[in-house]
Write a protein that binds this ligand. Structure first.
Ligand SMILES: Cc1cc2nc3c(=O)[nH]c(=O)nc-3n(C[C@H](O)[C@H](O)[C@H](O)COP(=O)(O)OP(=O)(O)OC[C@H]3O[C@@H](n4cnc5c(N)ncnc54)[C@H](O)[C@@H]3O)c2cc1C
Length: 285
């Protein structure tokens, strides 16, 4: 590894000041779990790394909005996120997804902000957060903005973040009336990278589905909502026939790509079978 400068600012404002919009080799890190792998592999050689670990503690906490939303600081570790009672109660699908997200050593240091900013299409939480309708709040010296997680992720390891813009908070709206599930399919250990991820959120009275968000990941350039599946679910009462239609609609719409975790044909067959199972899992949540 080449030598680099390490900065450890004590506030978000100070971190923003030492970012350099014109120099991509200056980069922040949260847990460093993704960044260090890139550095060790030689694909990223920083001149300056800015640790966010020393900034204000409120960026590592979860608070409640008056409307029942969750406001999650971007510096929270994935382990702390999974242990937070408010998250367990209001968005249990996040805690469920975290159980098989990598291993405890990674979860103990990896941060939610780093997880989202890295934009690896195999990540487990982005599809879940998109299904929940979550947003990110960003910070820059010029001000802050709020955008949907779905709009943050623009492509393969690509985000809508400007070079001098950070994620400071993630907002999960109130889930009252919604039920959600995530299915992670792996070909090796249960906590391996997913071959396919399916996240579903349903607004339902328990019988008829009023609204739906259906997201597929790990087989596309970025997590993808499937509008045709959502249309097939809206107004439906669940039956085997409806779920079979959901599977067919999913594979007709999604163009999946293969990788080291499975071929495109294998992933397509998984989607056909598990789309309906994910809907059933959400209804039972
Ligand atoms: C062995 C191993 C197994 C794994 N298995 C899985 C798995 O099964 N499922 C899964 O989902 N993930 C898995 N991961 C990936 C893991 O989830 C990510 O490495 C982790 O979430 C990244 O978070 P971090 O805080 O360490 O990011 P960092 O490495 O600190 O940063 C990653 C990127 O985000 C940027 N960044 C960091 N914080 C911010 C911020 N607040 N605002 C803007 N940009 C920021 C950095 O500049 C960098 O570009 C695995 C990782 C490892 C090492």
């Amino acid at each position: 590894m080449s030598p680099f400068e390490l900065a450890e600012p004590r506030s978000l404002k100070a971190a923003l000041k030492i970012l350099d919009a014109n120099d991509p080799s200056v980069r922040v890190f949260g847990g460093g779990t993704a960044l260090m792998l890139m550095m060790k592999a030689g694909v990223f050689q920083p001149t300056r790394l800015i640790s966010l670990r020393g900034i204000e503690k409120r960026y590592a906490k979860v608070t409640s909005g008056q409307d029942g939303s969750l406001h999650i600081g971007a510096l929270i570790t994935l382990s702390a996120l999974g242990r937070t009672a408010m998250v367990k109660k209001r968005a249990p699908v996040i805690v469920d997804a975290l159980r098989t997200l990598s291993n405890v050593r990674v979860r103990n240091v990896a941060t939610l902000g780093g997880h989202l900013a890295h934009a690896d299409p195999h990540m487990d939480l982005p599809p879940v957060l998109i299904a929940l309708g979550a947003q990110v709040v960003t910070a820059a010296t010029t001000g802050s903005r709020t955008l949907a997680v779905a709009d943050l992720l623009t492509g393969y390891f690509e985000t809508a973040l400007a070079p001098n813009e950070l994620i400071s908070e993630i907002i999960v709206p109130s889930q009252t009336g919604w039920r959600s599930a995530y299915i992670k399919l792996t070909t090796r250990a249960a906590d391996d990278w997913p071959t396919l991820g399916i996240a579903v959120s349903l607004q339902t009275d328990g019988k008829v589905i009023q609204d739906a968000r259906f997201v597929v990941s790990a087989a596309t350039e970025k997590p993808l909502r499937l509008p045709s599946v959502e249309t097939a679910l809206r107004g439906a009462t669940i039956s085997d026939a409806v779920l079979a239609r959901v599977g067919e609609a999913a594979v007709a719409e999604a163009e999946l790509t293969g990788d080291a975790h499975g071929s495109a044909a294998y992933k397509t067959e998984l989607l056909r079978v598990y789309a309906g199972r994910a809907v059933r899992k959400a209804l039972a949540a």
